[in-house]
Design a protein. Structure first.
Length: 309
């Protein structure tokens, strides 16, 4: 396997933590360790966790921190090879065939070789990630793999194990410099073991209160300290309630931003009720928190924050 260019790659776990922090991503040491190992071992990294915990953001931060292009494959039900990997420019090929026929060219082998050349190959995200230019391996994000089907997973096995893809009419395309591959899943279904075995694995959990407060300080610097503490305490408590969809870190940031835009300096029942749409995305969850549950949580966090001064 070709060696990954080493410019800017952290040489220690502490350097990885510092690199992520310098781009406002607060990672646990275990996450920094597995990222460090994925880069050193040139292995794809499979990140699993609830939606909104920052899995996709990791790829974006790596791209910015290491100054490498980000190539993103957004997965969805029905994703196929033509959309994800490559396809042939059929209109241009048909035009070439007709022009050749008009010119009296009858060498079928030559014609086939010409129309299935790189000139007519349309590169989709997978192929783009394997054919980076300038010796700079990109960060390749395969986002929400659990939304695709097992057939597409099977196709990715060659990509993730050998950093190559086989095109029947063209041949095998192998990466000169393996991309930094981040695969994410929200675990709406189980991803096959064969794919997971080709990757390093990490479960990305919700941050604890200390981490989430620091995230708010960095991402919403206009939010005053007292309100930031209330927001984080409220969201942390909210995640212990049996909701259809718990708020992620992205929703915490949105809520803190919304409250700041409204010039709020503290939480109160009316403000919470009016702004829950930035935090919760299902009406049943909103209706539950707008009732007695929301007031109960607010009372609990106010008592806890008073107790700690």
């Amino acid at each position: 396997m070709a060696n990954l260019p080493v410019e800017g790659i952290p040489t220690t776990i502490d350097e990885m933590l510092a690199l992520l922090s310098s781009h406002d991503y607060l990672a646990s040491r275990s996450l920094a360790t597995v990222l460090f190992l994925a880069l050193k071992m040139e292995r794809p990294l499979f990140l699993e966790g609830e939606a909104g915990v920052g899995k996709t953001e990791i790829a974006k931060v790596l791209s910015a921190a290491l100054d490498r292009p980000l190539i993103r494959l957004q997965c969805y039900e029905g994703l196929d090879v033509a959309s994800a990997v490559y396809e042939w420019n059929y209109p241009a090929q048909m035009l070439e065939i007709r022009l050749s026929e008009a010119a009296g060219i009858s060498d079928r082998d030559r014609l086939e070789h010409d129309i299935f050349s790189e000139r007519y190959l349309i590169r989709r995200p997978v192929l783009q990630a394997l054919t980076s230019e300038g010796g700079r391996a990109p960060v390749f994000l395969i986002d929400e793999l659990d939304r695709t089907d097992e057939a597409f997973e099977a196709f990715l096995l060659e990509v993730l194990s050998d950093f190559q893809v086989t095109i029947p009419e063209f041949g095998t395309v192998k990466a000169a410099h393996p991309p930094i591959v981040i695969v994410t899943s929200n675990r709406t279904r189980e991803v096959h073991d064969a794919l997971k075995r080709r990757c390093l694995y990490h479960w990305v959990d919700y941050p604890d209160a200390r981490q989430e407060l620091e995230i708010i300080r960095r991402k919403v610097p206009g939010c005053n300290e007292a309100l930031s503490r209330q927001v984080v305490a409220y969201v942390q408590k909210l995640r212990t309630v049996d909701l259809f969809k718990n708020p992620g870190v992205a929703e915490t940031i949105d809520w803190a931003t919304a409250l700041t835009e409204l010039d709020r300096v503290a939480l109160d029942p009316e403000t919470i009720s009016d702004t829950l749409g930035t935090l919760l995305k299902y009406q049943d969850d909103i209706a539950r928190i707008q009732g007695g549950e929301g007031r109960k949580i607010l009372s609990e966090i106010e008592a806890e924050l008073r107790a700690v001064g």
